[in-house]
Design a protein. Sequence first.
Length: 101
Amino acid sequence: MFVLANLVSALAHLLHWGIWVLQIAVILRVVFSWADADPYNGFVRAVGSVTEPFLAPLRRILPPWRMNGWDLSPVFVLLGLWFLDLFLVRTLFDIASRMHG
């Protein structure tokens, strides 16, 4: 049973790391939009391609909530990622610890 517990714990660590990287990417995207970064820069394009699948669906839902041109979708994506980290990752760690018994 300890093998399954270690697997669940490793998955929780990977998920936590992935959520952290995605949070940093969303924050970078916001900073790039404020700084008017070069859209042809490879790094700026990579950050955009990673974050767009998460931001685009919220932009379709949230247009009435846009205030004076402010795009609030990164705020909601960051809150969602924070919730996933607090709920799902902690739940996986709890499951793994109970499996160790």
